[in-house]
Write a protein that binds this ligand. Structure first.
Ligand code: UD1
Length: 354
């Protein structure tokens, strides 16, 4: 059996780490393709070094371009790779542009697609990730859902049960493994951590200003590893000076996975617009303050661990100072064995022919 795995962005690299290990253990040939969607050292290579993922077999060089140009470029590249490799399936992760490009190319070539992290839905039809996820799910013959809600979303869209597997969240598997292996202390420390990179926040002067103002207004110490896209806009919107003048908000370069997990584990609260970081925060027992009103993982909100501050300056400051969940923290994201369930299903579905 031969699998082509396609990665392109930071969260993909993290998830690939465990799949790679498990495929290797089971003696399955994996061809790794890096679409180059993330290309800065801190956004890409450091993850390969840090997580000990083997060098990609194919690596497309990419640079800053519009999302549509990026997808078109990656799709053409994937056509060549997939025709050459003739794999039994193409494995894609999450909701990024790379995922969509690989899924479309693969389905057009009649190579079955398997989608890790399918079924996440929001009502924001034109959110870039929503588009990628919906299309990818519909092109996939096997969809792995992280949570029961994601699984139900797919059933409600009339996906047959034979195409959906409730695997749990592979991000949880890697997070718990890393905390354990590195003996990272998980505690409510004296600082909070913020990440901001969503297009809706970063491309809007008004929203980004509202968020930065809220972080500063809280007067709590907040560490802010800045995504390159966000850094560009902070400069353009004249917000860097405001940050540098604040003694509370501390900006840093994007962090390696290991360093980021250490920072998360020691944080008091997690403030984010990321779909992944909100899960990681919850799993590590941090109150999560969300900077965008998109209903991914409604279970966290239901459990009382998420506060939606959106880009509202006062709500953000107030939540940093006062938001404290008082309820139990149910297990939402599986048992830390999603990678085994995924590989087992790939083998039973695609491994029989050979
Ligand atoms: C992408 C994903 C998002 C995911 C995030 C993780 C899409 C639509 N979005 O967002 O779902 O949560 O990755 O980080 O796929 N850039 C750099 N250096 C880099 C990478 C990007 O300067 O290493 C610049 C790009 O040139 C572009 C901007 O940042 O101008 C956006 O990059 P892109 O990869 O399209 O989206 P992200 O914001 O990273």
């Amino acid at each position: 059996m031969k699998v082509v795995s396609v990665v392109g962005t930071r969260p993909n690299f993290v998830k690939e780490f465990f799949i790679h290990k498990e495929l290797k253990k089971r003696g399955i040939k994996e061809i790794l393709v890096h679409t180059g969607q993330h290309y800065d050292y801190e956004m890409s290579k450091i993850f390969f070094d840090n997580l000990d993922i083997t060098k990609p077999d194919y690596h497309l060089s990419n640079s800053s371009s519009s999302g549509i140009q990026q997808i078109a470029h990656m799709m053409e590249y994937m056509e060549d790779v997939l025709k050459k490799e003739k794999a039994d399936c193409t494995l894609v992760y999450g909701d990024v542009n790379s995922t969509l490009a690989a899924a479309v190319a693969s389905a057009k070539l009649k190579i079955p697609v398997a989608h890790i992290e399918g079924g996440i839905r929001s009502i924001n039809l034109y959110n870039p990730e929503e588009i990628n996820r919906r299309v990818t799910d519909h092109l996939s013959v096997l969809i792995f859902a992280c949570t029961k809600t994601d699984y139900r979303n797919l059933l409600e869209e009339n996906f047959p049960k034979s195409r959906i597997i409730l695997s749990g969240d592979i991000m949880k598997d890697v997070l718990l493994y890393t905390v354990d292996r590195e003996k990272i202390k998980v505690e409510r420390g004296k600082y909070s951590i913020v990440t901001i990179h969503r297009e809706e926040n970063v491309e809007s002067r008004e929203r980004l200003t509202g968020i930065i103002s809220g972080l500063i207004k809280s007067k709590e110490k907040v560490i802010f590893p800045v995504h390159p896209r966000t850094r560009k806009r902070l400069k353009e919107f004249g917000l860097i000076d405001m940050i540098l003048k604040s003694s509370a908000l501390e900006i840093t370069e994007p962090q390696s996975y290991l360093r980021f997990v250490e920072l998360l584990a020691g944080a008091n609260k997690v403030i984010t617009d990321s779909g992944g970081v909100r899960r990681e925060g919850y799993i590590l027992g941090k109150p999560v303050i969300v900077l965008i009103n998109i209903t991914w993982f409604p279970e966290i909100l239901k459990a009382g661990w998420k506060f939606v501050a959106d880009a509202d300056t006062d709500k953000i400051a107030d939540a940093i100072n006062n938001f404290e969940p008082d309820k139990k923290r149910p297990n939402i994201f599986g048992n830390g064995d999603a990678y085994k369930i995924i590989v087992e299903n790939l083998i039973s579905r695609f491994g029989e022919k050979k």
